[in-house]
Design a binder for this molecule. Sequence first.
Ligand code: GCO
Ligand code: MG
Length: 422
Amino acid sequence: MSKQTGKNAASETATHGSVRDREIVDAKVIVTCPGRNFVTLKITTRSGVTGLGDATLNGRELAVASYLQDHLVPNLIGRDAGRIEDIFQFFYRGAYWRRGPVTMSAIAAVDVALWDILGKMAGLPIYRLLGGRSREGALVYGHANGRDIAEASDAVGRFIEQGFLAVRAQCGVPGVKKAYGVSSARGYEPAESELPAETVWNTPRYLEVAPKLFERLRKDHGNHVELLHDVHHRLSPIEAARLAKSLEPYRLFWLEDATPAENQHSFELIRQHSVTPLAVGEVFNSIWDCKHLIENQLIDYIRTTIVHGGGISHIRRLADFAALHQVRTGFHGATDLSPVTMGAALHFDTWAPNFGIQEYMFHTGETDAVFPHDYEFRDGRLHVGDTPGHGVALDEKLAKKYPYSPKQLPIARLQDGSMWDW
Ligand code: GCO
Ligand code: MG
């Protein structure tokens, strides 16, 4: 059988794109750096319909670009763009080498571009293809931070003034030169140098300051705003348990990445000691990374989003599995995820019955100009538009003006020089 034809091919109607219309004739990898690097895949069908998928993996962008260009693109040409599930399986099972962030980001770009094409051919936004609206808008949280507690509290106040109902708060740690999540003058963008910046971490100092930050935030801003915090994998399980317990009086919406989760059993220890809700998973790339965490209800929110988790097709499976165990979604949405991922994620958020919250950091004006989109922030929530597909475009001419610029994420060491988790 040829790549693109099936038995019932002839009976498919032109309204939904005939098999001939849907044949993939081009797939192009576009790397651009409008303020930061992004990798985008653009798939074109014979009928001229195009779809976009994000493949950005912060600090490892070119590995995914090559995976796409050298290994996936040659397999896409001639294939039926309508066979989204089969193409996912072809690349996931067919490659023999399963999972991993590079593979899953590349597959995600293909998958999202195909869902975009499906939406455009059907004349429907993706949330309608998934099953329709479950809510009016997706609750989002912004990033407030400060060099000390007072500055962080002022920053939280500014987010509340802008209408945010949920805010993540981070502050500097006395004695630590560059604490995770605290902005430089240019705003928070962790991949800032060609080779990784070295930072030094101090757990006891951090464990002292974190509860004080939230005590102050509740005092200054009351009990109704939702507050979140990201530990960024910097604690051992027992330290994480201690922090989660000490934060209980301040009723966090979630405590994120309290400890690394390669060993999913680690979270059992945190759970035994605390009722602070837990979120994890921005570095995961498949359902297998969180199977034990979810089925044992060791977490409350799963953070794995579309770009690093194989696209809509795989993340839908993950979200449905999470729903069985009352775990909600809380997608990663830092600036290294392009507006294409944000657009696709918001369609998912609008549909998913077990949606929890969506992270929302503002992209720069340059990024927004390269990726025009129809989602918008209103009253603490992001709202998708009704443009067919995911509603995010790419200005290729403008993108060309911003060539790739090598940047890596920082690393962290302990005071004695040993490597730690950044
Ligand atoms: C978050 C994340 C980011 C990551 C970044 C890595 O919760 O938003 O922790 O700040 O560090 O996305 O590429
Ligand atoms: Mg995080």
